[in-house]
Design a binder for this molecule. Structure first.
Ligand code: DI6
Ligand code: FE
Length: 402
């Protein structure tokens, strides 16, 4: 299939962020696609041998990428939202057996089919926001069978809706009740049984760990990462969300694709991200919903030129928000990112965070995943919320949504 998209107002995200202040919008641009891959971009390309498709002077961006979600789960945590507003903290609720563990209980009790059924409308909500790729984590199973069930459910979503999915094993999310007094034994289970099973069945692209006083120590995280790396999986961390444990620097030094949350990251940590080319993934939904006051160190991240991704962290406990453009808005209003930084965060840098080397830009050699918008300028993407400006989406050059 050779297809030429004409009349694009193109925001390719191909230019390095350091090189330009404002958005670069190329009017009347063309995108040539062969077998799902972009083979030429620019003005005045020859259309010989191409099937032509005019995008009618609409704004075209790379398909948005949500690089951090917990889209597969059962139950909801509205009660805890209420408890927090009555004075309990996220940590208090977790200590009392609620929090992540209440979602674990509901998820364990659900069949694979039911988990898929619950996840589909969440994926559709992201899709209607212009998302073409999502990363989905496990972490609400915490047994070999239930973690595999979650990953199978995550992968199956793409059989029902047009979306590209990457999966991450987050078995080290919290300590399951069966291991309450033997964290190291649980870590052994993760390293010696879960990671090998997941790798053998190609059920995950990466392995994640929640490194926090209420979860796992940096040393335990390092053991999980060593096993992941040995099995050829990427690594990434939930780090410095509620306190500074030094997890981000350790994860970066081991080659993590990204470290996520990072409200409590210090300059030593920021320097480690810069040195190891690790993406800083900002999750403003969790910051907002937990009414956190400590902001991630945006100025330091900028000063050290650390790429920043923006993601939903969609989950029932700390970020029940299935809208990436809302997160882009929050990254601006709560953390001070410019609209341009937020679009990099939801495209090019998100691709890097998710290990998607052929996505996130509209450029030669990249997958032809793009979103077409009824918008005047790219800055408007994170400006108005709830008005569904998406016109259409293309995955590998094929139209998938109107
Ligand atoms: N940090 C978070 O914000 C999510 N996981 C994590 O490690 C929350 C997960 C949940 O509360 O269900
Ligand atoms: Fe998360």
């Amino acid at each position: 299939m050779r297809r030429m998209f004409t009349h694009c107002r193109l925001v390719s995200m191909h230019t390095d962020i350091e090189q330009a202040d404002g958005f670069e919008v190329l009017d009347n641009a063309m995108i040539a696609v062969e077998n799902g891959t972009v083979i030429a971009v620019g003005r005045g390309l020859s259309i010989d041998g191409f099937e032509c498709c005019s995008l009618e002077n609409r704004l075209v961006t790379p398909g948005l990428i949500d690089a951090h979600t917990h889209l597969v789960f059962a139950g909801n945590r509205a009660k805890e939202f209420e408890q927090r507003l009555n004075g309990a903290s996220y940590q208090d609720i977790a200590r009392a057996g609620g929090g992540i563990l209440s979602t674990v209980k509901a998820t364990r009790e659900s069949s694979l089919e039911h988990l898929i059924e619950l996840a589909i409308p969440r994926a559709k909500a992201l899709i209607s926001d212009g998302v073409t790729s999502i990363e989905i984590k496990s972490g609400y199973g915490l047994t070999v069978a239930d973690e595999l069930k979650m990953l199978r459910a995550a992968k199956a979503i793409s059989e029902h809706v047009d979306i590209n999915i990457t999966t991450t094993l987050l078995a080290a999310h919290t300590l399951p009740p069966e291991y309450q007094h033997s964290a190291d034994a649980y870590i052994e289970l993760v390293c010696n049984e879960m990671i090998p099973s997941v790798a053998a069945e190609s059920l995950a692209d990466a392995v994640d760990v929640f490194c926090e006083t209420m979860a796992f120590t940096p040393a335990q995280m390092a053991r999980v990462f060593e096993s992941a790396l040995k099995h050829g999986l990427n690594i990434k961390g939930h780090t410095e969300q509620l306190s500074n444990q030094g997890g981000s620097a350790l994860a970066a030094s081991m080659g993590a694709l990204s470290v996520d949350h990072i409200e409590y990251l210090d300059e030593i940590g920021v320097k480690a991200l810069a040195e190891h080319n690790t993406v800083a993934t900002l999750l403003p939904g969790a910051f907002y919903f937990l009414r956190e006051t400590q902001k991630p160190p945006i100025d330091l991240l900028r000063a050290h030129q650390v790429p920043m991704a923006v993601a939903t962290d969609f989950n029932p406990g700390t970020s029940p928000f299935a809208s990436l453009t809302l997160m882009m808005n929050m990254a601006s209003t709560l953390f001070g990112l410019t609209p341009k930084e937020t679009l990099y965060g939801a495209t090019r840098h998100a691709a890097k965070a998710a290990g998607l080397h052929r996505k996130g830009q509209i450029a030669v050699g990249f997958d032809a995943d793009f979103s077409v918008w009824n918008l005047g300028s790219p800055a408007e993407l994170s400006y108005q919320i709830g008005l569904s400006p998406l016109h259409s989406r293309y995955l590998k050059g094929v139209k998938t949504h109107d």
